[in-house]
Each structure stands twice: as structure tokens, then as C-alpha cells.
Design a protein around this ligand. Structure first.
Ligand SMILES: [Zn+2]
Ligand SMILES: [Zn+2]
Length: 334
């Protein structure tokens, strides 16, 4: 279901671009995601063109888009332009951690470790204060900084200790970022080295994917009345939805399973019959087709319509019961 081959990534990007043309008010998240798919398909000129298009339209996330553009440009040989964008971001000193992370990692990926370290440190000094608790994004800055400092052979400082303490993965950060493993180029065991590099790449890749795809996995939620209308109009869909209560339980169970398997950035999108019918019409297909449901969910999420899951225990449940999440679908499932 999720795109994998270059051709599938290009097809998904083109679908997102078509959707952006239909919903100009949601253009920014849609084109940002389309550009990520074009990068994954390694058609970098087209990704660059999309970033330029976004930047010309006064986007909300100007610095993040410039940072992604810099990373993309450098990847296909436009180093000078990339450096100019990176200098501009550093001078502007944005208060969003995401662009900092992207530019510091871009420098790191091109072996500019000192400059990468400066970037991570500048960002940490700007964004991490005694008053502000660490967030996932500011912790990611410290993790990246820890990795680069290990590669540079620097001794741990206070922020490195924080990075170690905050790290939750199965492998301790110091082992994951062990420079001896990374520097073992040409050593006896190239297979082990490749495995280490792949592990580091995976760590970078996951974060990078999360930055450009805020809600990659969103499940569809039909409110009671909407589901009744849907099944009355399109009885073939009843196989997907035996009852409304089962539908709600299924959403929670599926999200928990995804979270347990390590999928991050989960969300829920609320469906309605008129918007589903409009989507089917735009895809030139019948709303009675069950395969359309997942595409509809993905498109709503790409338009920035997803509500992050899980809610906090005390906020109202996502199912609209008005009960706190912890005593509703956030409790033990039957
Ligand atoms: Zn450490
Ligand atoms: Zn609920």
C-alpha cells in the first residue's frame, strides 16, 4: 500500500500535486509531501522545482522548506546554492528546531563535521533553555549533536549527558554513535561496518521522513451519523464496517498495533459522506469501492486534516464521546 519503488513514489507525488491543485488552501503540506516522494524516487530536479514553487507562495514553514531544498540541491551537485541557503537559515536563526536539524544533518552527510557541530550547537543554544522542557524535536537536536561530537572524538559535555539520558532505543546512544565502529573503514569486517552505517542511516532517515511527512499514517474515522448514511448509500462497504462500535474499536486497536511496531506520527482523520463522494469523483471512480477508503484517508492526512494520536489521557476521546481518552478508547479494549 505504501509507495516503495521509484515509479510508485512518482505516482504518489503526482496524485498529491493534483490534490494540491484542487485544494489550494492545503497546498503547503501536500506539495511538501509530494517533494519528499520525488526525493525518494531520486528525481531531484522535480523536487527542487516544487520547493521553489512553495517558497514563491509565502509558505508557513519557510525555513524548513529552504532547509529541505538545500539538502536536496546538495544531493545532486548544487553545493554552492545549498551552502548559500544554509548560511541564510543560520543568519535568520529560526525558532523552529526542524530546519536546524535538516541543515546540520546535510552538513554531516557531506562530511562537514565541524560546521555540522556548530549548527547543532547554535540551535541548542537558541532553543533549549532552563524554562522550556525538552520536546521530541529539541531532543533530536541533542541526539544529532551527540552523534557528530562522537564522530569528532570530543568528550561528553552536559548536553551529551542529556542526550544519553533521553535516548529510549534498545541500543545505548554511545554504542550507536561509537566512532570506532564508524571509522572502521577498510577494517577486517566490512559487513559489520555496513550494518553500522545502515543503522545510523535508518536513525537519520526516520527523523527526516517525519519532518517532511507530519502524518504519514492516518486512519479514517466515520462519525455515527456519517457511517449510517455511507452504508445506506453504498451497501458494499458494509463488509468493512460491521457496526459503528466495532469501527471505533478497530481504529484504536490498529493504531496501537502500529505504534507497537514502531510507527511514529500516527493520526486520525474524520470522514464525511459528501467529502468522500467528492474524492471518488475526483479519482474518477465509484464511492462503493472499498479500496478507495485508504486513499481517501491518506489524502485527508496529506491535506493536514489529521488529528495526532494518541490524545493525552485527560483530553476528550477522539471518538467524540466527550469522555476523557483514558476512560474511553484509551482504556483497556474489550
Ligand atoms: Zn553519550
Ligand atoms: Zn472514545
Amino acid at each position: 500500500m505504501r509507495p516503495d519503488t521509484p515509479a510508485e513514489h512518482i505516482a504518489e507525488a503526482e496524485r498529491l500535486i493534483r490534490t494540491a491543485n484542487r485544494y489550494p488552501e492545503d497546498q503547503e503540506p501536500l506539495l511538501l509531501q509530494a517533494a519528499a516522494h520525488l526525493e525518494l524516487a531520486d528525481v531531484r530536479e522535480r523536487a527542487s522545482a516544487l520547493y521553489d514553487q512553495l517558497l514563491s507562495a509565502a509558505p508557513v514553514n519557510t525555513h524548513l522548506i529552504k532547509a529541505l531544498q538545500a539538502a536536496n540541491l546538495w544531493e545532486y551537485g548544487h553545493e554552492a546554492e545549498a551552502r548559500a541557503l544554509i548560511s541564510g537559515i543560520r543568519a535568520a536563526a529560526p525558532d523552529d528546531p526542524a530546519p536546524w536539524e535538516v541543515i546540520a544533518e546535510t552538513l554531516e552527510a557531506h562530511d562537514e563535521l565541524d560546521a555540522s557541530h556548530e549548527c547543532f550547537t547554535q540551535a541548542a543554544q537558541l532553543l533549549i533553555t532552563d524554562e522550556e522542557p525538552l520536546t521530541t524535536s529539541t531532543t533530536a537536536l541533542l541526539t544529532g549533536r551527540h552523534r557528530v561530537r562522537r564522530l569528532l572524538g570530543l568528550a561528553h559535555d552536559d548536553w551529551d549527558m542529556v542526550a544519553d539520558t533521553r535516548h529510549t532505543g534498545p541500543i545505548p546512544l554511545d554504542e550507536l554513535h561509537d566512532p570506532k565502529r564508524i571509522w572502521a573503514l577498510g577494517s577486517d569486517d566490512p559487513a559489520e561496518l555496513r550494518a553500522e552505517i545502515a543503522r545510523l542511516r535508518a536513525e537519520l532517515g526516520d527523523r527526516r521522513a517525519a519532518l517532511s511527512r507530519p502524518f504519514p499514517v492516518a486512519l479514517l474515522h466515520w462519525p455515527l451519523q456519517e457511517l449510517a448514511e455511507l452504508l445506506a448509500s453504498y451497501p458494499t462497504l458494509a463488509s468493512e464496517y460491521p457496526s459503528h462500535a466495532a469501527h471505533l474499536t478497530d481504529i484504536e486497536t490498529s493504531l496501537r498495533a502500529l505504534a507497537a511496531s514502531g510507527t511514529t506520527n500516527l493520526g486520525i482523520v474524520t470522514a464525511s459522506v459528501p467529502s468522500f463522494e467528492a474524492f471518488a469523483a475526483s479519482e474518477k471512480t465509484s464511492p462503493a469501492s472499498p479500496s478507495l477508503l485508504a486513499e481517501y484517508a491518506t489524502t485527508l492526512a496529506a491535506r493536514g486534516k489529521a488529528t495526532p494520536w494518541p490524545p493525552s489521557p485527560t483530553t476528550p476521546c477522539w471518538c467524540a464521546s466527550t469522555k476523557p481518552y483514558a476512560t474511553c478508547h484509551g482504556g483497556p479494549l474489550l
